[in-house]
Write a protein that binds this ligand. Structure first.
Ligand code: SAJ
Length: 427
């Protein structure tokens, strides 16, 4: 089968390569000329374990090439970004998907399957994509097949999850669903779950919304417990011992291009009915301010000046800084003239990021841990012997080897920064 995949980002590229390494003839299309050139010479532009080896294999078997222009194929898969609009409820901006679909219309033929993998607002496939496709005169469900098949892989484990996760195949008609199954059955070993397009859209969105709401609850618990002088992390551990409770972990906020984005796609389509979803978003988006307030209070307490910010990505062991609360906290602290702020992140290459940990911690007063990178988990107080004074604010609760230090704080013992009960904080 010949497959054209449009959008060679975090999801489109690994997906294209997996099809290529499972016997399909794959053309990856992207608007970024640099990315196309690099891929054709064997270089990947994203950090994802195992992906480089998979690309090497696909290139040497000549089953994958990257191009800038769409060409005829049996199936088209669209995996382009869907950002938020800049409106009140940050609705879904479908324009990249629409322009990708428009680009395939001139080469669309009877029997083709068009699959939208990009995350989209509920009802988008039927209300917005179907009319575009039928503008060619081809009838969806009879001449061509239209499917929404959301991607649900976890960054860092993409290769494994692409093969083993189940997939929701949401056809606009039953014939569309069957066409979608024929495409994914070429390499997916997980169950191919038959669904309608709008059910598939909403289920993808609610999966991430479920996590966002759950994390918001634990972040609210942190604020409540800080005020009342209770260890929120102990509370979560205790509560999770109940067989039917599964609280996620609190942190400095929720980032990435999924949890911090998808709930808005639902809320914008049904603003009145989505109060809990909107409230959870508010709690999570104000966590960076809460952490900044705690950091400032701690520095005042220890009379410190230099902060070494550990981690800028939106979560651990990846290089992705999209919607990163850590980056937001870094910028906010950096803008405060009373502090000297140095960012250290072994996964992020940028001119303002220090790559030498010793230089970052030199004469520092505080290590502010914002990301749970594996590299940070093994650090002990002796690794920070060049600090001016040693204080730790560990928002990810990962520095187990520093836990017994006098000035070690995490989201469970924040009340110790300002006394038993919290002072008023802005967030
Ligand atoms: N986070 C917490 N506490 C937790 C777990 C996560 O604060 O207990 C934070 C992370 O630090 C991060 C954010 O939430 O800032 C999102 O991280 P994540 O690991 O929950 O998810 P993503 O965005 O990397 O990937 C999610 C996954 N969705 C689900 O698990 C339901 C993934 O499977 C999806 O493919 C992806 O969204 C997507 O593309 O939608």
């Amino acid at each position: 089968m010949k497959i054209v995949i449009i959008g060679l980002g975090y999801i489109g590229l690994p997906t294209a390569i997996m099809f290529a390494n499972h016997g399909q003839d794959v053309v990856g299309v992207d608007v970024n000329e640099q990315v196309i050139k690099e891929l054709n010479t064997g270089k990947i532009h994203i950090e994802e374990p195992g992906l480089q080896a998979e690309l090497d294999k696909a290139l040497s078997s000549q089953s994958f090439r990257a191009e800038m222009i769409v060409e005829p194929a049996d199936a088209f898969i669209i995996s382009v970004p869907t950002p938020n609009h800049n409106d009140r409820l940050k609705s879904c901006d479908l324009s990249y998907v629409q322009s990708a679909v428009t680009s395939i219309l001139p080469v669309l033929r009877k029997g083709n399957t068009v699959i939208i993998e990009s995350t989209i607002a509920p009802r988008s496939t039927e209300d917005h994509i179907l009319p575009l496709i039928e503008s060619t005169g081809l009838v969806v469900g009879k001449d061509v097949f239209l499917v929404h098949c959301p991607e649900r892989v976890l960054p860092g484990q993409i290769i494994y999850e692409l093969i083993h996760n189940n997939r929701i195949i949401g056809g606009v008609t039953p014939a569309c669903t069957q066409a979608g199954k024929r495409v994914y059955s070429t390499f997916v070993q997980g169950e191919l779950i038959e669904s309608a397009a709008s059910t598939a859209e909403m289920s993808k969105l609610i999966e991430n919304t479920y996590r966002d709401v759950n994390i918001a609850l634990t972040n609210e618990l942190v604020r409540i417990s800080a005020r009342l002088g209770i260890d929120a992390l102990d509370v979560i551990n205790m509560a999770n011992k109940h067989p039917r409770v599964n609280l996620l972990q609190p942190g400095p906020g929720v980032g990435g291009h999924c949890l911090a984005v998808d709930p808005y796609f639902i809320a914008a389509e049904a603003p009145k009915e989505s109060q809990l979803i909107q409230r959870a978003r508010h709690i999570n988006t104000t966590m960076p301010d809460f952490i900044v307030d705690q950091t400032v209070a701690l520095l005042e307490k220890i009379q410190g000046k230099k902060i070494a910010v550990f981690g800028l990505t939106y979560k651990g062991d990846i290089d992705d800084i999209r919607e990163s609360p850590a980056l937001e906290i870094y910028y906010k602290l950096f803008a405060m003239p009373q502090f000297e702020v140095v960012a250290y992140d072994p996964h992020v290459r940028a001119s303002f990021v220090e790559t030498d940990m010793k230089k970052a911690t030199m004469d520092a007063d505080l290590i502010l841990i914002l990301v749970d990178h594996s590299e940070f988990r093994i650090l002990a107080a002796k690794d920070f012997d060049n600090m001016y004074q040693q204080a730790f604010l560990d928002t990810r609760n990962i520095m187990t080897r520093c836990k017994d230090e006098k000035n070690y704080y995490n989201l469970g013992n924040l009340s110790k920064i300002t006394g038993t009960h919290q002072v008023n904080v802005t967030a």
